[in-house]
Design a protein. Sequence first.
Length: 255
Amino acid sequence: MKGLIIKDVMCLKKQLMMFVYVLIGVLVISVMFVLSAKLGNLAAVGQDMVRSDSELSVTDVQNMAVEALVLFMLLPLAVVCDISHVFTADGKAGFYKISGAFPIPLYKRLLARYLTIFVFFGMGTLIDIVIAFVLSRLTDLITFREFLGIILSAASVMSIYSALMVFFCFVFGYGKESYAQIASLFSMAAAVILMNLRTIREIMTGVVDREQFSGWEILDFIKYKAWILILIAAFVSLLSYGASYLITERKRGVI
């Protein structure tokens, strides 16, 4: 199983190089962003926005700055979340033609693929946490605890996406990784819509209470309730692993 994990990591060698470049860029620009938001041009722009627009509060401007910073910081995680390159490389090398003959149980071969996902996400998450700690010392826009919640929430969402993509890659087969990506995104979007039908209906009909719904509830949720998304990610990953095992078993162990 160790050899299979190493093989998957080698398939993502180019992605790892891209990860390093993105990481360096994110670190440099994030430091510049927080310093500017605290002492430079971005701080002046924020003050002008509050003075010129009576509907914007200082909190709203700070939340917008936090959103921009967080979205940029999540780029390293986004780089490592696309596990489809492993399936593409396996397909080009013809690995699926011999995988069923390996003297390794199917559950171990599947586990190696899923462990590769978590190794990459663990690496990306750990580095993002280190960057967040540095940035939290340079700005008062967001605390390290809030940074940590956002990073763990994002890592959980991307883990859900990757777990679903692995399952759909097994369903559709080699050469159809793009279909697996679309199916994963569609499944996640459908799940979010179904869980928030009432809120969506209230927003569309205009009956939502603006005093109770400020628009920043989602940001507060991912800051302080990351544990919910972590539990969902763990459940989806286990479900994906079990479903993938059933699919590949029917395909005589071809992965």
